[in-house]
Each structure stands twice: as C-alpha cells, then as structure tokens.
Design a protein around this ligand. Structure first.
Ligand code: UN1
Length: 513
C-alpha cells in the first residue's frame, strides 16, 4: 500500500506506531493492555493503541465533568463556532482521514471520503442548529403567568460506535452533543481504534486553539468491558450505541437499570421492493450499491430484494449481469468496487450464511467464495453472493454483515410485498422501486413500511444527514443526525413565571389560608 500514501496520511493525522487510547484532550494516558490494529486490506499491522483501565476511566470522567461545568455556560452559538472550526479541519484532512478509514476498515476510498463528508455535513448542520435550539412558548391558563420551555445541556454523553462507520457516527453524535453543551466520551470499535485516535487528534487541536478545557472530547479504548464502564455509570446520562441487536439489548438493559437514556442504532434487514412499474436500470444500480457497498457492512445495506413475479426473471438477470462487472480488491485502488470484510471472523460468518441458506432450501445464483492469491493475502476478500430464498428462512431473518443478497418473490398486490418487507424483527431502512403513485403512497402510508427510513426510487443505504437516522423494532428506536434528533442530547425544562401578586392555582383549585 506504499503507493497509496498511507504512511503520509497517518503522519498528517498524528497517528503513531503506538498510541495512547485514553485522552481527555491534550492529556493522553493509558494503563491498559495493547490493542493491535491490522488492516483487512493487506493484513499489515497499522499501529497499536493502549487501552483504558478503570483508573484511566475515572480520570476521564473527572475531566469530562469538570469540562461540562465550563462548556455548558458558553452560549450555544459560540459552541457552534467551535464545531464550525472542527468542520474546517475535517475539510483540510478529508483525504488522509478518508484514506485511513479505507485502510483500517476496508471500505472503498470513495466511501471513506464520503464518510468524512458526512462528518463535514453534520458539522455544518450543527453550526446552524446552534442558533436554533428552540423550545415552545405556551399560553398559561392562569392570568399574569408566562409559560415556556427551554433546552439545557445534559452532561456527559457516552458514545459507543461500530467499525463500519468508524468516524461518521461519532461525528453525528459529537457535533450535536457539543452544540447542545454536552461533553463526549467516545469508545470506538476495537476493530478501528486508529480512526478514533485520528479523530480525537483533530478535535483536540480545535479545543486547544480556543483555550478550552480538557475533557470536552474524550477517548477511551478497549473491548466491551470498557463500554460497560459507561453503560453502568450514573454520571453518563445518555449512552449512544451503534452495533448489533445483541449488544444493544445488553446496553439498553444496563442503562435502563439506572434509568439513564440510551440512543440505539442496531441492526437492519433492509429490503427493496421491486414492483412491475419499477425502472429496472435504477433498480439495478440502487440494489447493487446497497448490497455490495462497504462489502455489505452498512446497517443500511440491502439484504433482500422483494420482486414481483411478473418481472422477477428480468430483474434477476439484470442483477446477476451487474454482479459480473464487480471488481473486488484493494479498496484504495479506485478501479475496485468492493473491498475486504473487516476480519476473518466476518469471513466465517459470511461462509456460514451461504451454507445455511442452501441448507434451508435456498439456491445460490451468484456463488460466493473467499478470494485467494495475489492481492488477497489478508484472507478478508469475498465474492458478493446472491441467493434465491424465502423470507421465513432463519438466515434471511438474520442480519449477516456481508455482501449476501436474498431474492424473494411476491405476487399480486403491493400489500403482499409490504408484508414480506415488514416480516422481520429489524426496522431500519426500506425502499420501493416503482413509478406507480398508488404503490409508492401505500408503501409510505401507515399500513406501509414499518421502518425508520422508507425511500421511493432510491436504495436503502446512503441516507443524507439532514433527516433523522434510525429505525424501529429491534433496530432500537434511536434517531441520530438531522431533523430534531438533537433533542435527545438536551434536557427539557418547562418554566412557568407568575408576574402578579396573586397565586392562582392551576386547574382552578381553591386553597385559601
Ligand atoms: C451505518 O451503517 O451504521 O445511510 C450508518 C447510510 C449512511 C449511514 C449508515 N449514511 O448508509
């Protein structure tokens, strides 16, 4: 990868051979063990990160709490100004950071750049929002009273992020949390710790240049036990966690046990419904990008195509033909469409899924397989596969984080397709390909898709930051990013002020002394 300028990118991002994985800003320390980050691209060791011990964590929490006392007093637009500067730094470092994302995580360089672009976009959004943290004013039922609500900062926000979006999801949370007046403690995935170090370096530079205290942006590292420090900690009023449904259930229970708030972004099992009125060319691009983009490791990846029997063969043929064009290889090389899976464990899950779908009676129409030989030494490169299946297969009900696409057939009315689409435990993203207004509107109606995201003539992945991002059912119910997702990062207070010399009670209650 020498020719792709990785060493140069690491240098620009301040990522070293061995890094402290615990940081409150300029103060970096770590007394835990070592975490090695290997690239799925070529199997090489990129660097190491020292993990966070319980003692380290206590120091982080102390810094974070102290910082919160100062940060919450800064007017929100001034906090927005800091986020604006952070966004500018990201613009400067877009290429090296996009490259590191691509090299450490394995997504294509274009998608790595796209991820940094999402960070920049959320910063812009947050800057504007910093002047719009609006509450409502209500009319009091009592004379001479004024009633309104305001949003105050919440405190320390804990962020647990996943390997698949190693930088953007952190930024969605931090950008909104920071303008809200919160401080953040971030535990990146142990599979992508260097992305965490790089992002923390960028944030720290901004806080330092503005003479702001230690602790507004904090980093901790390690496995799930380090995440548990936060989920069990009363000093963390909000835990925002992205990952598997299994992980989310554990986080949700731990946080709920202390009546904290959690924001969960868990698995998806996203489908595209292809009706007889679909534009086939658009369908193919949307479905193939959705299924093989990020090697099928987005929570919004397209897992199921629900195709009407009248056009089933035509769509199937077009998709299979498109799969033949896919180039799999080093994601930093822009001629390739598909990079590696995150690690060899992910490869085994992929292999198990292919085996299972056949056992359950499915038929592989694009055979998968693990790639070997020159360029594939890491053992993480697999061929995107397609299987004809039934929605009730156990494996189809399950989210496999790999490029495996299931083709499902429906007949008759679009309602039948919607029932299949909704017939899974997850509820993140969904799409319909149709030029038929009735079908599109039925899909979007109350009897339609039960997902947090429902698209018409667009695939399931690649959401813009301006909308609220998240899903229903076992996806966890959280909303991040755009719209009014900021509200979860703040506490709401209702204020009633009496400017008379009487004390009338609400509901007309009489209480005379
Ligand atoms: C995720 O996969 O965790 O919509 C997030 C998308 C991206 C975000 C995905 N904007 O595919």
């Amino acid at each position: 990868v020498q020719e792709f300028g990785i060493q140069e990118a690491l240098k620009k991002l301040g990522v070293e051979a061995i890094n402290n994985g615990t940081s409150t800003g300029s103060n970096n320390f770590s007394s835990g063990g070592e975490l090695s980050s290997y690239s799925p691209v070529d199997g090489a060791l990129i660097g190491k990160v020292r993990t966070t011990s319980k003692e380290d964590y206590e120091k982080v929490m102390e810094a974070a709490n102290n910082a919160f006392k100062i940060w919450r007093t800064k007017p929100a637009p001034q906090r927005g100004e800091i986020v604006r500067q952070f966004g500018d730094k990201l613009r400067e470092l877009k290429e090296p950071l996009g490259k590191l994302v691509s090299y450490e995580m394995g997504k294509s360089y274009q998608e790595g750049l796209g991820e940094v672009q999402e960070m920049i976009d959320i910063c812009d959004f947050a800057v504007g929002l910093s002047r719009q943290l609006h509450g409502l004013t209500m009319h009091s039922e009592r004379p001479g009273h004024r009633m309104y609500e305001q949003y105050h900062p919440l405190g320390v926000v804990g962020i647990i992020s996943a390997f698949n979006f190693p930088v953007a999801v952190w930024a969605w949370n931090t950008a909104l949390a920071w303008i809200s007046g919160d401080v953040c403690v971030w535990k990146p995935s142990e599979k992508t710790p260097l992305c965490g170090v790089a992002c923390q370096n960028i944030a720290v530079a901004v806080f330092k240049e503005n003479n702001l205290p230690e602790g507004i942006s904090c980093l901790i590292n390690g496995d799930y036990t380090v995440g548990e420090f936060m989920t069990h900690d009363k000093r963390v009023p909000l835990v925002s966690a992205t990952g598997s449904i299994r992980m989310g259930k554990i986080v949700a229970q731990a946080v709920a046990a202390r009546l904290g708030k959690s924001l969960l972004e868990l698995g998806g099992n996203n489908a595209i419904i292809v009706t007889p009125d679909a534009d086939i060319k658009m369908t193919v691009i949307g479905a193939v990008f959705g299924a093989v983009g990020t090697a099928g490791q987005r929570c919004t990846s397209t897992r199921r195509l629900i195709i009407h029997d009248a056009i089933y063969d035509k769509v199937k043929e077009a998709i299979v033909t498109a799969y033949k064009q896919l180039r799999i290889g080093n994601p930093l090389d822009q001629k390739n469409h598909v990079g590696p899976l995150i690690d060899t464990d992910a490869v085994s899950m992929y292999q198990k899924a292919l085996k299972k779908v056949v056992e359950e009676g499915g038929k592989l129409i694009v055979e998968g397989g693990v790639l070997e030989g020159a360029g594939y030494e890491s053992g993480c490169y697999v061929k995107p596969a397609i299987a004809e299946a039934n929605n009730n297969f156990e494996i189809v009900q399950h989210e496999t984080f790999a490029p495996v696409l299931y083709l499902l057939k429906y007949s008759g009315d679009v309602e039948n397709a919607i029932a299949i689409q909704n017939g899974v435990v997850q509820g993140l993203s969904s799409a319909i390909m149709t030029n038929n207004l009735r079908e599109a509107e039925r899909f979007l109606s109350a009897q339609g898709s039960d997902c947090g995201i429902a698209n018409v003539n667009i695939g399931t992945s690649g959401a813009e930051i301006g909308g609220a991002f998240g899903g229903e059912k076992e996806t966890g119910g959280g909303r991040e990013s755009g719209s009014d997702a900021w509200k979860i990062y703040m506490r709401r207070q209702t204020n009633t002020i009496n400017y008379t010399t009487d004390l009338p009670l609400a509901q007309g209650i009489k209480f005379d002394l």
